[in-house]
Design a protein around this ligand. Sequence first.
Ligand code: B16
Ligand code: MG
Length: 226
Amino acid sequence: MKTLEAVIFDLDGVITDTAEYHFLAWQMLGKDLHIPFDREFNETLKGVSRTESLERILALGNRQNDFTKDEKEELAKKKNDHYVELIAHITNEDLLPGIKRFLTELKGAGLKIGLASASKNAFQVTDRLGVQPLFDHIVDAATVAHSKPDPEVFLKAAKALGVPPENCIGVEDAQAGIEAINSAHMVAIGVGDQDVLRNAAYVVSSTEQLNLDLVKTIFDKQKVKL
Ligand code: B16
Ligand code: MG
């Protein structure tokens, strides 16, 4: 019998709007490299690791063979330096609407809470947001070998929480993240655009809409389908 025991969150674009800062930081690097890109292309970078994102941007500009491994590392560092500057002033006011209430509600109901972010800055960001103590486990992205859409990061979170994947809900703003949750055999809830996140079991347009009753209902409906 499947029972909802844990909710595993993505960070950027779900807990806080750092997805926008990643976009701005990559755009700055793209400008230096003369590889302009728009928000539509940026959708393909969401949830994807720093190294893989750089490869995708270089491929977009047909420049994937223009740099050595060391030079690529330097470019990725440059993007991260831009990003770290942008997140330096984050406070608890940068939590997305309703997130603090939702996390507290889940905790009050005895559900486990995990974080499955691809970001190596996740500890710093959750610390600045003041929500780190609400998470029972935060996966260290440095220990994850395969980027989303691979399910590894979600499976690691479930394992650390001691919950079978089929008793977990995953919450994501990225196409790659929804694929990762589905491949992990968890129930996927998307935050964003229904057309972009069409493989999710349910999509909310704002984090404000997330609440315990809703996620329980989605989980129970999905349980019947699976
Ligand atoms: P970093 P998430 C992901 O975080 C972002 O969506 C993605 O844009 C970023 O490239 C990736 O983290 C790596 O982040 O450069 O900070 O290690 O959405 O999985 O929480
Ligand atoms: Mg995200």
